[in-house]
Design a protein. Sequence first.
Length: 146
Amino acid sequence: MQYSEKVMDHFTHPRNVGEIDNADGVGTVGNAKCGDIMRIYLDVDENDVIVDVKFKTFGCGAAIATSSMATELIKGKTIWEALEITNAVVVEALEGLPPVKVHCSVLADDAIKMAIADYLKRNGREVPFDIPADDDDDHHGTEDED
């Protein structure tokens, strides 16, 4: 399986690894079949700007790379701008992923959405988008892929 240099860089030198104490929003997603679990922590200011973001991922190199890239892409953006960062944007920023690993980018996308939904709920605000279902096998691959 061939990975781009950018994927390898984000796998071997992941950005924004860790946790945020008293995070304003936390999103956790996982896929039982492939074993990947992602948790994204958000620190959001009063203007809905993501001032810090951290992640913890248990999974393959592609899962770690997509988590790292996704956090880089949303840092400094408003939560609304961050919602526009789709899994396809993450894959493009990583200069591609093998088809059997694209489900990792979907996990990153879903974790961001869940963290933003958590932030909105904690602040008594409506969540104006569908919250991804955890462990959605239609989007996250099969055990044969890992």
